[in-house]
Design a binder for this molecule. Structure first.
Ligand SMILES: Cc1cc2nc3c(=O)[nH]c(=O)nc-3n(C[C@H](O)[C@H](O)[C@H](O)COP(=O)(O)OP(=O)(O)OC[C@H]3O[C@@H](n4cnc5c(N)ncnc54)[C@H](O)[C@@H]3O)c2cc1C
Length: 466
């Protein structure tokens, strides 16, 4: 159907939202943060910015009747092409459904719409002494709906788990336009053992099973204090041994981040004032809780890790903690310095490996870097095994682009070979769909059956992992 007719039909059914069909506006819906979308942007035929569940349901009823693809979209910070409308059709931009509906502090839960930005939720909760613990690096941009749909993780997943752990219920518009609540409609209970856990099915479905229009989220008291221990290691073997020693010492850090040697050097070039110690790798352990507990844990980690490390430093006073964390926060920006005109290409960037294979993974990533001539620095939430290999290229040099894709493929294959996964937190989208058969085997057929049962016409986010 021509986009002008589709836009006309949509304007006839939408009550309050906007329908966009200007090609310039549609271009901005043709990509997310992935390298693949940079190479192959796909604009939709029409984009809709609904403001109510009724509008979303109306869009899906129309799409069902016309059999037009629908791709939900939050802030498009995704790195796997999930929000890219690879088959055209309609993008439902949920960024305008951004109201916090109810903070029920005594019952430790919050009701909100999907387009609210994660950092805004936590700013509001902090005023009530609460927190929604999942904590992706894109917190200031990404939406809660996008986080739930990708089952996002982040630095603190080692202690607080994935986003789905914090979802109590979801309002979802299904492919035919009908609306359901998961997690027992009307319930304010914090636990339920009743029925299939449908919230967990929609969380991580990347918009392939329904469109999330409201959320009931679990929150918890905000830990009053944080402490950090920074350890520099002479070798990758010592790094793995130090990490395993801490994880085996009866302390559960709230985050464990790693910098490989190249990342340390690059961060120091980007911000010489940080003065990171030179080492084969750095580990940053964060602990949270009350001040005496944090004080004890940060020191205890320093004690446990010292036999393996070249240098150890710990802190629990907020200015020093913030100063040490600053090093972690510059990682994304610093990697551009790896080569002239270098830009980070988000490809092969999200593998997760068993902690015991960490050293091997980092070494082989550097071998892949040398083989394909693509500079790579690695960092990541290593407490959960996540290695963000940051591939850098001059994106205006076409011959470099193919090498980036080859290096990314080699890194993804390496993760599978080491008993890991191609995506520890960013999701599958269309970028990693080709690895799913290998990673899941016959279980992929079950995922496809679920997809067919909920979306028999294949309207929702087609061209993605199922
Ligand atoms: C600098 C940077 C740092 C990042 N750090 C992390 C990190 O630490 N941890 C992590 O997990 N991720 C991280 N990411 C990836 C990304 O930010 C997350 O996946 C985030 O949760 C995506 O949210 P979004 O609103 O941008 O979703 P989008 O990118 O817009 O969408 C992501 C997927 O969810 C679907 N979707 C969005 N909203 C809905 C909805 N309401 N209903 C149904 N489906 C929907 C889309 O169709 C798509 O498949 C990072 C990204 C960047 C750019």
């Amino acid at each position: 159907m021509p986009s002008s007719s589709l836009a006309r039909e949509l304007r006839a059914v939408i009550r309050t939202g906007r329908v966009l069909d200007d090609p310039a506006e549609l271009d901005s819906y043709s990509y997310d943060a992935s390298f693949a979308a940079f190479l192959h942007p796909c604009p939709p035929d029409v984009a809709v910015q609904p403001t109510t569940t009724a509008d979303v349901a109306a869009v899906l009823r129309l799409a069902d009747r016309l059999e037009v693809p629908v791709t939900p979209r939050g802030a498009a910070t995704g790195q796997s092409g999930g929000a890219v409308p690879v088959k055209g059709g309609i993008v439902i931009d949920l960024s305008q459904m951004k109201r916090v509906l109810d903070l029920d502090a005594p019952n430790l839960q919050l009701f909100c719409e999907p387009g609210v930005v994660h950092a805004d939720v936590n700013a509001l909760l902090a005023r009530a002494g609460l927190v929604f613990p999942p904590d992706p690096g894109s917190s200031r941009m990404c939406t809660i709906g996008g986080m739930v749909s990708t089952n996002a993780r982040g630095m603190r997943a080692i202690k607080y788990g994935a986003t789905s752990e914090w979802v109590l219920g979801l309002e979802v518009v299904l492919a035919d336009g009908s609306v359901i609540w998961t997690g027992s409609p009307g319930s304010r209970a914090l636990q339920s053992a009743s029925g299939y856990e449908l919230s967990k099915l929609f969380a991580g479905a990347e918009g392939t099973l329904g469109v999330i229009t409201q959320l009931r989220l679990k929150v918890r008291p905000l830990p009053p204090a944080r402490g950090l221990t920074l350890a520099a290691f002479p070798s990758l073997e010592a790094t793995t041994a130090g990490l395993s020693a801490v994880l085996g010492a009866g302390i559960l850090p709230s985050a464990v981040e790693i910098f490989d040697q190249r990342m340390i050097e690059t961060a120091n070039r980007f911000r010489p004032d940080l003065g990171l110690p030179s080492a084969a790798a750095l580990l940053l352990f964060e602990v949270d809780g009350n001040l005496p507990g944090v004080h004890y844990d940060a020191q205890e980690i320093a004690r446990v890790v010292r036999p393996f490390a070249r240098q150890v430093d710990w802190a629990d006073d907020p200015p020093r903690v913030a100063q040490i964390w600053e090093a972690r926060s510059v990682a994304g920006a610093a990697v551009g310095l790896l080569q002239p005109k270098g830009v980070r290409a988000y490809a092969g960037e999200d593998i997760c490996v068993p902690i015991t294979r960490l050293g091997e993974a980092l070494e082989r990533i550097q071998a892949i870097s040398a083989e394909y001539g693509v500079p790579i620095a690695s960092y990541g939430h290593i407490g959960g095994g996540i290695v963000h290999a940051a591939l850098v290229a001059d994106l205006t040099a076409t011959e470099q682009l193919a090498r980036v894709e080859q290096a990314a493929d080699a890194i993804n294959c390496l993760a599978l070979e080491l008993g890991g996964t191609v995506t520890g937190e960013h999701g599958v989208g269309f970028v990693r769909a080709r690895y799913l058969e290998r990673e899941h085997g016959p279980a992929l057929a079950v995922m496809r059956q679920i997809k067919r049962a909920l979306d028999p016409k294949g309207i929702l986010n087609p061209g993605k992992f199922v």
